[in-house]
Design a protein around this ligand. Structure first.
Ligand code: KIV
Length: 278
């Protein structure tokens, strides 16, 4: 008789479930780029975001602009393999979707088919509404991203908070409405002043997930490495440090180095003894 193992049931949090969280219990989202981190975060979060912030966090790039679709597919596949509960959302990287809706669909299809993500995220508001509609109509769930747009860092002139200027605030509000009307199931709102975070959240029917956009949002996202103290001393004002893993890692490396130099490592218990012959 052939032995048969039934596939593990997939009970991931679904896009409609996230969409229905508008005004309900806040959506919890963290970034993940690797299998071990995804495995650790999966039980606690609703969304694992494979953000293109991986370009800076993992690859040491100066911005997200150098991230490729191949990088996103490889990291997204690792995160999907190591998780079973959270909805995995992957960023469409710079240059993979802005040219046309068809280009965006091709990139999104690769992330869904090759990596197995449940949705994609793209940056932009009114200008991307047609693309959002094109993807949604073809079965690709889309998370929006408005406010501070890291992929437009050169056009926006830096990473400062948006929305102090009334014209800029009005444009960001229009962006939120445009992508909600185009069918996005939720949207990240990044780096905006509190009244604007609140106004966007009140104005649109889909959940807002804030990063530096105030507690008024329907959920929150942070870059995990910032939250656990792995990205250095200087983190944005909106980050709360929940752990100091950078300090722990540095101390562990120094203790290991001392032990190796003093020949205290490896000890007998960490050494393979020769087995008696026969
Ligand atoms: O790339 C990313 O990690 C993001 C979050 C900061 C929202 O877009």
């Amino acid at each position: 008789m052939t032995s048969y193992m039934a596939p593990r049931p997939v009970r991931r949090i679904s896009v409609p479930q996230l969409r229905a969280r508008k005004g309900q219990v806040p959506i919890v989202c963290l970034t993940a780029y690797t299998a071990p981190v995804a495995r650790l975060l999966d039980p606690s979060v609703d969304v694992l975001l494979v953000g293109d912030s991986l370009g800076m966090v993992v690859y040491g790039l100066p911005s997200t602009l150098g991230v490729t679709l191949e990088m996103m597919i490889a990291h997204s596949a690792a995160v999907v393999r190591a998780s079973s509960r959270a909805c995995v959302v992957a960023d469409l990287p710079f240059g993979s979707y802005q040219q046309s809706p068809a280009q965006a669909f091709a990139a999104a299809a690769r992330l869904m088919a090759e990596a197995g993500v449940g949705a994609v995220k793209l940056e932009g508001g009114e200008a991307m509404a047609e693309t959002v509609r094109f993807l949604v109509d073809r079965g690709v769930p889309v998370m929006g991203h408005i406010g501070l747009l890291p992929q437009s860092v050169h056009a926006q002139g830096g990473y400062g908070a948006r929305g102090n200027d009334p014209a800029e605030a009005a444009a960001i509000l229009r962006d939120g409405r445009a992508i909600a009307d185009a069918g996005a199931f939720c949207t990240v709102v990044e780096g905006v002043v509190e009244p604007l975070g609140r106004a966007v959240t009140e104005a649109i029917a889909i959940p807002t997930i804030g990063i530096g956009a105030s507690s008024a949002c329907d959920g929150q996202v942070l870059v995990t490495d910032d939250m656990v103290g792995l990205t250095g001393e200087r983190v944005p004002r909106f980050v709360r440090g929940y752990a100091r893993l950078g300090v722990t890692l540095g101390e562990a490396a120094a203790a290991y180095a001392e032990d190796v130099r003093a020949r205290r490592f490896p000890a007998a218990a960490e050494t393979y003894a020769e087995k008696p012959a026969g």
